[in-house]
Design a binder for this molecule. Structure first.
Ligand code: GDP
Ligand code: ZN
Length: 293
């Protein structure tokens, strides 16, 4: 009998696969988790007992940094929000929504701009660097940015998000040549029509883990989590220094008189694109009530 600490890579049919000291162990969860209605999740740091000639068990789940319900996963450190300079054209609303979801869940957003060989990244770079994000310009053609992405993956659990065709698979292939992911497919294998629960796995890449569904289809974060309107301003990190300083304490920062955030936009301190998307997102979440979540 041996006790080890490791990370849950995946769970299938009541079994959990835990990587500990570079070895994979199949384990069952102790009954106490079921009793307390706690499900072990991919990403969980756990203590396990490895038995000779008997089932291995998960004995303890360490406190989580975060938990996503849909898709079910714990402890994501970083969300790489991937957009391309052209084809598909970058949509800053999608980017800002993904960033907000990450911020709400204590996940560090990293902005990745792909296909720099096909266009000019500077506009997107300005928006996201001004807002205070690590922004990496990449090209799968030239290898630009791959080394930085490797460094950011190492030692962390990461996920990639971004529309089909932005170049996520190509980027990962450039980062780790051992992956050989298929690219350029408008794949509908995991199409929206199917309602089967997609299980999430962690894949070892460059000394870290990438959370994904088998086959690298990338997790759908856009529909994953809901944000309340009162939380939204805190999901735009460059707003934070102004929060609490508007004329009215109920200020929604959308068009209100005496809004410090709108002033900061006019002074060129907050990028108008970020504020515009905040307003659109605000109107989207306004209708949501806490009990609906
Ligand atoms: P994914 O759906 O986000 O995984 O996107 P893919 O990696 O499959 O890429 C979609 C298409 O864009 C493919 O035809 C790739 O060859 C192409 N592509 C991806 N990255 C780059 C890049 O940096 N430069 C160029 N020129 N083409 C790229
Ligand atoms: Zn305001």
């Amino acid at each position: 009998m041996q006790q080890l600490e490791g990370t849950i890579i995946k769970g299938i049919g009541g079994f959990y696969y835990i990587e500990a000291n570079d070895t994979l162990y199949e384990c069952k969860a102790r009954g106490v988790f079921r009793k307390n209605k706690i499900s072990p999740l991919p990403g969980d740091r756990v203590k396990i007992t490895v038995n000779e000639g008997a089932e291995n068990t998960i004995d303890e789940i360490f406190p989580r940094r975060n938990v996503l319900v849909r898709p079910p996963i714990a402890n994501i450190d970083r969300l790489f929000v991937v957009a391309s300079v052209c084809e598909p054209r970058p949509n800053t609303f999608v980017i800002d929504k993904l960033i907000a979801i990450a911020e709400k869940n204590n996940i560090e957003p990293i902005i990745v701009i792909t296909k720099n060989d096909l266009g000019d990244s500077s506009q997107l770079e300005t928006i996201y660097k001004t807002a205070g994000f690590e922004t990496v310009i990449t090209s799968a053609e030239t290898g630009l940015g791959a080394e930085r992405i490797r460094q950011l993956i190492e030692g962390h659990i990461s996920a990639f998000a971004g529309n089909t065709g932005v170049g996520k698979s190509s980027l990962l292939n450039a980062v780790d040549s051992g992956l050989s992911l298929r690219t350029g497919e408008i794949s509908d294998k995991l199409g929206r029509g199917r309602h089967t629960t997609r299980h999430v796995e962690l894949f070892k890449v460059c000394g870290g883990y990438i959370a994904d569904t088998p086959g690298f289809s990338s997790i759908d974060f856009q529909n994953a989590e809901k944000i309340l309107k009162d939380e939204l301003p805190f999901c735009f990190r460059e707003f934070e220094e102004y929060l609490g300083t508007c004329k009215f304490s109920t200020c929604s920062h959308t068009n209100d008189k005496g809004c410090r955030i709108i002033e900061a936009v006019n002074e060129g301190k907050i990028h108008p694109s970020r504020h515009e998307n905040y307003v659109t997102l605000y109107n989207e979440v306004k209708a949501l009530k806490e009990w609906e979540l």
